[in-house]
Design a protein around this ligand. Structure first.
Ligand code: ATP
Ligand code: MG
Length: 795
């Protein structure tokens, strides 16, 4: 028997060995679903399946690469190389490039990214003279995307009662016309957006049964990871492709479904068993990733969701430390606390930095953590946000590349027609646009035959346009003749971009130059790698197809030094880290304010939190800030309701939060005791609080209460895992105080500051209103405070 099968438990092995028909693996986080898929592929290869007959669809291209490397270790790279593995989008783009002509596209079609689509929509809304405050481009974009993910095309959309009513209700009756125009314009530009890659694949197979048979016959086995996040279109394509062999294995966890905003449906899991009635269901119950505490905490959280497939998940790893809850005064302090804890994990417990991850709800939260880490010189890498390829200077260059490969690309055309400046203004562009829209052709076509399309321009403009046309035509001709690196460099020079960038020596411009250099080095690397793989001729076309579908996780380059990972929870799906910090656990942020409309959305947020916690192997930390800068102003926030969803046994909560938790729980009890069903919760809480105050506990939480004598730790330090003595950072100076300010503070005293938290007064200078204190805060470092204005209390 092959050795790798011994690395599986009994249920996992059963799932790997069953290959007679459709199968479904439903199991909680960390139970080895991805491992089952990986080992199954190795097993299939060992049992007569050809690599090119296996199609594996993963959540990111990086996941596919890792899976392939893993398999290669078992069966050798020579065979693993020919496996079809990647995201739905990248695999379908590959099939579409081969079959494009039947659909009326060329094999060089452009893939529009989200910002290209939005720009095109903005243009269309403007052309139709619609108010973009009513017809908001972002909103229109997501409605179109939603329709496409349900495979509703413009014609069907126009006659669909449900969409009609929804658009009427939203007061955007012309939505369907925008959709149609958008659809046509993409086609005229020989371009597909992300959703089109699914839609056109579906259409290809539906309208051309012979093509469908070709692929359905080729793929002897189809495997899908993270099946809970597939949308209807993806589900339908899998169905098309499995109609001949019916060998399909999907794995997923309904509790981790977090993409319903992109049209993913939990129902797909349920539908799968209806569609494949003979599907075998496998359940995995042992979690191999996390400590018992983390698994139990995650279970206690997800139980609060009403919609879920019940399942057991347990861990046999050590019990582990409780999950630490950190409370911060401000977002800045939250950054400091996390950074300090990372330092501790590194220096005290010996974790390399890449075993720490900070996960947040929104990209906007990353900046604070970046700053905190940078301040301490901690290496980090950040995923998402404005990715390299989204930067303006990179998009400009790539637009030239896109035009060279596909001159009909409208978005690229508009972007560079007058960049670098060549005196062709908006008026001219608008004339070209109008002519192209009227004749339903691309802008490039109009540029080539301006008279035929009735373009009225003066001689000077005509000459400039012809200059641009010749420039692009030259690039188009060179595409099949030159390699990507050579042509890329030539385009940079001939387009005038190099001149434009290198004239200006301002610091911002220097960083732009560096980015362009990085881009061109990237193309060079790409060519070299492809050549090493045996491709003699690496074209710009190849490079463009490679970069157009990179996801957040794919932007991860092999890190030279271990780095802390910063990313959104959405992009952390499927990953694992020894230490995970889930930050910003505040009402209106996580759960997001947008999720309060329905319990369904709230449950999705809770699943997202479940995904976050279950990324952790050894330690999990949860934090929230009591105030945060949002949209340029300071806002106060309350701890997330999700914190209360986790069974308290698994948490280490700061004192004050414990009290608030008790108030909540107590209020419920109290309501029962007083038999009250009518009074509002807030009122009950208040009376409960009063009662509690009388009972004299938790007094410090409520105004006027006494301050406890024992200084309590602001953040309870984690019990050390590997015990190593740490030098005490704050030697007690109590009693040694000499200077005493008029504000009643003396050196050596501990204070609690509203923003910076707990700190020790190490020096006092000046008197009266000018009295200044130097305070060493536990989490915010050393600060100088003018006592007259400082908001603190002595503890
Ligand atoms: P997620 O739901 O987060 O995607 P998953 O179910 O796909 O998780 P895996 O990532 O496959 O889980 O496995 C989680 C961890 O447990 C991995 O580090 C994996 O190598 C390890 N693991 C899985 N099964 C076993 C096993 N039988 N023996 C040892 N380690 C295992
Ligand atoms: Mg997985």
């Amino acid at each position: 028997m092959t050795t790798y099968l011994d690395e599986l438990n009994e249920s996992q092995r059963a799932a790997v060995l069953y290959n007679e028909g459709p199968s479904l693996v439903i199991a909680g986080a960390g139970s080895g679903k991805t491992r089952v898929l990986t080992y199954k592929i190795a097993y299939l290869l060992d049992n007569g399946f050809e690599p090119w007959s296996i199609l594996a669809l993963t959540f990111t291209n990086k996941a596919a690469r890792e899976m392939k490397e893993r398999i290669a270790r078992q069966v050798g790279m020579e065979r693993a190389r020919y496996l079809w593995m990647g995201t739905f989008h990248s695999i379908f783009a590959r099939i579409l490039r081969t079959e494009a002509e039947i659909l009326g596209f060329t094999s060089n079609f452009t893939i529009y990214d989200a910002s290209d689509s939005k720009n095109l929509l903005k243009g269309i809304i403007k052309e139709m003279n619609l108010d973009d405050k009513v017809y908001k481009p972002g909103m229109i974009q997501s409605r179109i995307s939603n329709a496409k993910n349900q495979l509703v095309l413009p014609q069907a959309y126009a006659t669909n009662g449900e969409f009609f009513l929804a658009d009427q209700a939203a007061k955007i009756p012309l939505m369907r016309d925008i959709y149609l125009r958008y659809w046509e314009r993409c086609k005229q530009s020989d371009a597909m957006d992300f959703d089109d890659l699914l839609v056109y694949t579906y259409l290809l197979f539906q309208q051309h049964p012979e093509v469908c048979e070709k692929y359905a016959g080729r793929f002897n086995y189809i495997l899908v990871d993270e099946y809970q996040d597939t949308n209807y279109a993806q589900h339908a394509i899998v169905q098309q492709l499995t109609q001949i062999n019916r060998r399909v294995c999907v794995v997923g966890d309904d509790a981790q479904s977090i993409y319903s905003f992109r049209g993913a449906k939990i129902d797909n899991i349920l539908k799968f068993t209806q569609l494949y009635k003979d599907a075998r269901l496998f359940k995995l119950e042992q979690n191999y990733r996390s400590t018992q505490t983390i698994v139990n905490a995650a279970n206690s959280l997800i139980e609060k969701n009403s919609e879920q497939i019940r399942k057991e998940v347990y861990s046999k790893k050590e019990k582990g430390d409780p999950i630490e809850v950190f409370s911060a005064y401000s977002d800045v302090e939250e950054g400091e606390i996390v950074a300090n804890q990372i330092v501790r994990l590194h220096t005290r417990d010996g974790y390399p930095y890449n075993e720490c991850a900070v996960l947040y709800r929104t990209n906007a939260q990353s900046r604070i953590f970046e700053e905190a880490l940078r301040k301490r010189n901690l290496p980090y890498r950040i995923f998402g946000g404005l990715s390299f390829y989204q930067r303006k200077e990179i998009k400009d260059v790539v637009a030239y590349f896109r035009l060279a490969v596909n001159p009909n690309d409208e978005e690229a055309f508009k972007r560079v027609l007058n960049y670098p400046a060549r005196g062709i203004g908006d008026t001219t562009l608008n004339k070209i646009l109008t002519a192209a829209t009227a004749a339903k052709v691309s802008l490039w076509k109009v540029l080539n035959e301006p008279l035929a399309y009735g373009l009225t321009i003066n001689k000077g403009t005509h000459t400039k346009l012809q200059g641009f046309r010749e420039l692009i035509a030259g690039f188009v001709e060179a595409v099949p003749l030159k390699d990507a690196y050579e042509l890329g460099s030539e385009i940079l020079r001939k387009s005038g971009i190099v001149n434009d960038l290198y004239q200006d020596r301002s610091p911002e411009n220097l960083s732009r130059q560096e980015n362009i250099e990085e881009l061109i080095n990237g193309i060079h690397d790409f060519c070299m790698t492809r050549q090493e793989e045996g491709n003699t001729h690496v074209l710009l076309t190849d490079y463009l197809s490679e970069i157009s579908l990179l996801t957040d996780q794919d932007s991860d380059k092999e890190a030279d030094v271990p780095k802390v990972t910063l990313m959104t929870i959405h992009s952390a799906k499927g990953l694992e880290f020894k230490n995970v910090f889930v930050v910003g656990l505040e009402e209106n942020l996580f759960p997001s304010a947008m999720s309060f409309n329905s319990y369904k959305e709230l449950e999705e947020e809770r699943r997202l939190f479940y995904v976050a916690i279950t990324r952790a192997e050894d330690h999990c930390y949860l934090s929230f800030a009591k105030s945060r800068f949002k949209y340029g102003k300071m806002e106060f926030s309350n701890p997330s309701r999700f914190l209360k969803d986790i069974d308290a046994r698994y948490l280490n909560v700061p004192q004050e939060e414990r009290i608030s938790r008790r108030v909540d729980e107590g209020a419920t009890r109290f309501r029962r005791e007083i038999g009250d069903g009518l009074t509002s919760t807030a009122t009950v809480k208040r009376s409960y609080e009063r009662k509690e105050k009388d009972d004299n506990w938790g007094a410090d939480m409520f105004d006027g209460g006494e301050i406890p004598q024992e200084p309590r730790p602001f953040v309870k330090p984690a019990p050390p895992r590997k015990l190593r003595p740490i030098p005490s950072a704050t030697p007690s100076a109590a009693g040694t105080g000499t200077a005493v300010s008029s504000h009643g503070v003396s050196e050596g005293q501990t204070i609690e500051h509203e923003r910076f938290g707990i700190g020790e007064v190490i020096k006092l200078e000046g008197t009266g209103d000018n009295c200044k204190a130097t305070v060493r805060f536990r989490n915010a470092g050393e600060k100088h405070l003018l006592l007259k204005f400082a908001r603190f209390k002595v503890i």
